[in-house]
Design a protein around this ligand. Structure first.
Ligand code: UDP
Length: 260
């Protein structure tokens, strides 16, 4: 598929125009950033794994009736998606306390919540994606009560599904981030899940050992980042055919297996 002009470049992905109106090509890069871009590196092969894992999760969500921007994966690094107007809120869903929440509220790391928690953060790198209240979201016109209620409901549904999916492969879904976008298709307006769901945007702990299988390996310098992402893909049963992609991490040559 022929890529058009670059529409947007973020820290881990690039969005290009696609031939058909209303669609775009989402390209997964190998760049890893943390602490608002203060820490960065390239993890060769990460984009390939995130593309595949995100495709798997979003298409599974599609199958249970959650509308997403994913149309199809095109190649190892790219997906064809519906072009949406992103709502500038990051929806953080938490099942277990860790990360910024423990620091902000003094809650002990690892505390399991009775019910999942949904938080709203204003998507703005310059301001470090600050936590905001519903009132801020209404006051500044980022969304309205009807949209927020509906999206929060979707967050719980997505969490239920993903918790079950990961539990069945021995992984605890600790927390994750979702983004939603507005779609206007043939005059019909809707809100759909957008962006990605991958070990870059989730915290995933091994159910037995609590070993981190996500971007915290990079944030906390735990090493073996690519191996952790591969482990997630392997457990989800999406690491099948050898595609002979050679990747280099920590100077070692590896080959990644993903389904073509
Ligand atoms: N997250 C994300 N992008 C962001 C902020 C958070 O994908 O810009 C994810 C993060 O990977 C984790 C969850 O959202 O799974 C909650 O992150 P938290 O608020 O604890 O942020 P952090 O501790 O990374 O600052």
């Amino acid at each position: 598929m022929k890529k058009g002009k670059k529409l947007y470049e973020g820290k881990a992905k690039i969005l290009y125009a696609a031939p058909e109106k209303g669609t775009a090509i989402q390209h997964f890069k190998d760049h890893a950033t943390a602490f608002n871009n203060q820490k960065k590196t390239i993890i060769e092969g990460k984009g390939i794994l995130n593309n595949r894992i995100s495709e798997h999760i979003l298409s599974s969500l599609n199958q249970i009736g959650i509308q997403t921007h994913l149309i199809k994966r095109i190649n190892m690094r790219e997906q064809l998606v519906k072009l949406v107007e992103i709502i500038p809120i990051e929806f953080i869903v938490r099942n277990i306390a860790t990360g910024s929440l423990t620091k902000r509220l003094g809650i002990e790391d690892g505390t399991v919540f009775e019910r999942p928690l949904v938080e709203f953060c204003y998507k703005n790198d310059e301001l470090n994606d600050p936590l905001v209240a519903r009132e801020h979201i209404y006051a500044f016109g980022w969304s309205n009560a009807m949209e927020l209620d509906w999206i929060t409901e979707q967050c719980f549904r997505i969490n239920d599904f993903m918790q079950g999916m990961f539990k069945s492969v021995g992984i605890k879904l600790v927390d994750f981030k979702l983004e939603f976008g507005r779609l206007n298709q043939n005059g019909k307006k809707s809100i759909i899940l957008a962006d990605e769901i991958s070990p870059d945007t989730c915290r995933l702990w091994d159910a037995l050992s609590d070993k981190k299988l996500d971007k915290d390996r990079f944030r906390k310098d735990l090493g073996n980042i690519l191996e952790a992402y591969q482990e997630v893909a392997r457990r989800l049963n999406i690491l099948h055919e050898e595609t002979n992609i050679k990747t280099v991490e920590f100077g070692k040559l590896r080959s990644i297996k993903v389904r073509k």
